[in-house]
Design a protein around this ligand. Structure first.
Ligand code: GLU
Length: 315
């Protein structure tokens, strides 16, 4: 495994602490070319700006994490030339940090229990100005007596979800690639009804604990950034800079997926395509020199502007 722990300490004495970039795969399946390309972008932008690069496995939902998948993802990232500093962070080992952060919010009256099922949320009447996808606020205004009844009705073994009592409805973030984005901030879930800590809380707590001040990830997560910035502000954590990378798509313009054929390193190897030629495709797609088969060839080449050219068509 490619994990140069020795460079973790980083800066020489007296030097200002350098920030970090990161990649944070969820171990739900093998990484495809689009995921690998986004990881390469994150690595290049971090290294080119003198930052450290951190690795994190977003395995919050252990029931959905399949055995061996994270290890294969990490091996694939190392195989294409990505290295990282320090220990890998595993979200499944971080419950105490999430509980502490939620506790700090609760101490300020910013957390409430939510008993809603998905269906209740979907069917709840919405205020006319309420943006689609936002929590309608059903449990926010319950009285103590109503809460007691709802809690009892949950039945054994089920816990209420925890939600943030948000005091704004939207927030604007600046994205280095996509520009200014104003998006919904609602009463986000902090802990799910099955006891699993929620992605938005975990990402904010973990980025801060890993010293991450540059978040480079797929464009699909841009809509989460306003909620995450808001949470970071409430927790007194610094706001990272964001660069959301346009996704890889298939010939029909749909988001690249397993069913699109040979899209993972393992699929490609079965077809006789080497990892080096997969890297060469990624390098070329990012404006690197034609035929270069090392991600080093992208150092100094990728900029936020160069990423504005839109999705990568993997045909
Ligand atoms: N684990 C998330 C994913 O694979 C990414 C989290 C993030 O970059 O904030 O979609």
């Amino acid at each position: 495994m490619h994990s140069p722990a020795s460079s973790a300490a980083g800066s020489p004495p007296g030097a200002p602490p350098r920030g970090a970039g990161r990649y944070a795969p969820s171990p739900s399946g093998d990484l495809h070319l689009g995921n690998l390309r986004t990881a390469v972008v994150a690595w290049v932008l971090a290294r080119d700006s003198g930052r450290a690069f951190r690795m994190r496995v977003d395995d919050l939902d252990t029931a959905r994490s399949r055995p061996g998948v994270a290890e294969r993802q990490l091996a694939d990232l190392a195989a294409i030339g990505i290295d990282w500093d320090g220990e890998i962070m595993w979200e499944s080992e971080r419950s105490e940090a999430y509980a502490a952060a939620a506790g700090r919010l609760a101490d300020r009256g910013l957390v409430y229990e939510c008993y809603c099922s998905r269906r209740e949320i979907a069917e709840a009447p919405r205020a006319p100005h309420s943006p689609p996808g936002a929590y309608p606020g059903t449990c926010r205004y319950l009285t103590g007596a109503e809460r007691a009844l709802r809690r009892e009705a949950l039945g054994p073994g089920r816990t209420p979800a925890l939600r943030l009592r948000a005091e704004v409805a939207e927030l604007t973030v600046h994205d280095l690639v996509l520009g200014s984005h104003t998006g919904v901030v609602d009463d986000v879930v902090l802990r799910r009804g099955d006891g699993v800590w929620a992605y938005n809380l975990a990402v904010v707590v973990d980025d801060a604990d890993q010293g991450v001040d540059q978040v480079v990830r797929g464009e699909d997560l841009l809509s989460s950034a306003p909620r995450q910035v808001y949470l970071a502000e409430l927790l007194g954590l610094p706001r990272p800079e964001y660069a959301h990378v346009p996704l890889a798509v298939n010939a029909a313009g749909e988001r690249l997926a397993k069913r699109d054929g040979a899209v993972t390193l393992a699929d490609l190897a079965r077809e006789g395509t080497t990892t080096r030629s997969a890297v060469a495709r990624i390098v070329a797609s990012l404006g690197g020199p034609e035929g270069a088969d090392s991600i080093e060839a992208l150092r100094g080449v990728i900029t936020a502007e160069s990423l504005q050219s839109g999705p990568w068509v993997v045909a």
